[in-house]
Design a protein around this ligand. Structure first.
Ligand code: PGA
Length: 251
């Protein structure tokens, strides 16, 4: 059985390299204590080489929060998949709702995923509806996001894809609540159905993780009743004691 992926999205935190190093130290201890899960930290790219030592294969594993779709060139302010790779990243988050709302399009996301995969990194592809409705229209939104994100990706590359289902209304400090494990399970089945259009039976091998207001109270439910392959955690991943409580709860 594949290890559950516990992914900490640090977003634009913490403020200083020292604080980042302190948090990384705690992640290392947590990774050592919790060998049955795969702990992945996504710090701001500027801290990545300091924390990873520029090496892959460590515990926790490291990743970036975004990447441009070219590897070098005249793209002021952007960071490329190869830069992340040589800074110790094994994963790259693509299409996070906070980037989508800053203007990232489905076409950008598709190009970014392709660039990330080409470098041999694993793409954590975020999808999720802005609002939930009772008639299942949000499923159409998810389907469209998935299909546009994955168009033109080779079957054999799906082994390097993780889908993060994050309903936008459940993400971040403005969220009203997390989703429920039951809804997650329902939506994950739907997501796998869409994935089967790309890779047939192998869709069941693509990890589908849940994200959005994960905390120590709800984490276990998403993995157990929700059958999630992992969790993408924002706020609670910045406090090592909160993360430790989550890891304790899911043991
Ligand atoms: P949250 O963020 O856990 O703070 O809701 C999740 C995410 O944005 O990935």
């Amino acid at each position: 059985m594949q290890k559950k992926l516990i992914i900490g999205n640090w977003k634009m935190n913490p403020e200083t390299p020292k604080e980042a190093k302190d948090l990384a130290k705690k992640y290392k201890l947590l990774a050592k204590k919790n060998t049955k899960i795969r702990l992945i930290a996504l710090p701001p790219a500027i801290f990545l080489p300091i924390l990873s030592g520029g090496r892959t294969g460590s515990q926790p594993a490291w990743g970036g929060q975004d990447a441009f779709f070219e590897n070098y060139g005249a793209h002021t302010g952007s960071i490329s998949p190869s830069m992340l790779k040589y800074s110790g990243a094994e994963y790259v988050l693509v299409g996070h709702s906070e980037r989508r709302s800053a203007g990232e399009t489905d076409q950008d996301i598709n190009a970014k995923i392709k660039a990330v995969l080409k470098k041999g990194l694993t793409a954590i592809v975020c999808i999720g509806e802005k609002a939930r409705d009772d008639h299942g229209e949000h499923l159409e939104e998810i389907k469209k996001q998935l299909e546009l994100a994955l168009v033109g990706i080779n079957k054999h590359q799906f082994k390097n894809i993780v889908i993060a289902y994050e309903p936008v209304w459940a993400v971040g400090a403005g969220a009203t609540s997390a989703d429920t494990p039951e809804n997650f399970l329902h939506n994950a089945i739907f997501i796998r159905k869409v994935l089967s259009g790309f890779v047939g039976d192998k869709a069941r091998l693509v990890p589908v993780v849940y994200g959005g207001s994960v905390d120590k109270k709800n984490a276990r439910g998403f993995l157990k009743e929700g059958e999630a392959d992992g969790l993408l955690i924002g706020r609670a991943s910045l406090r090592a004691n909160h993360l430790a409580q989550i890891l304790q709860a899911i043991k």
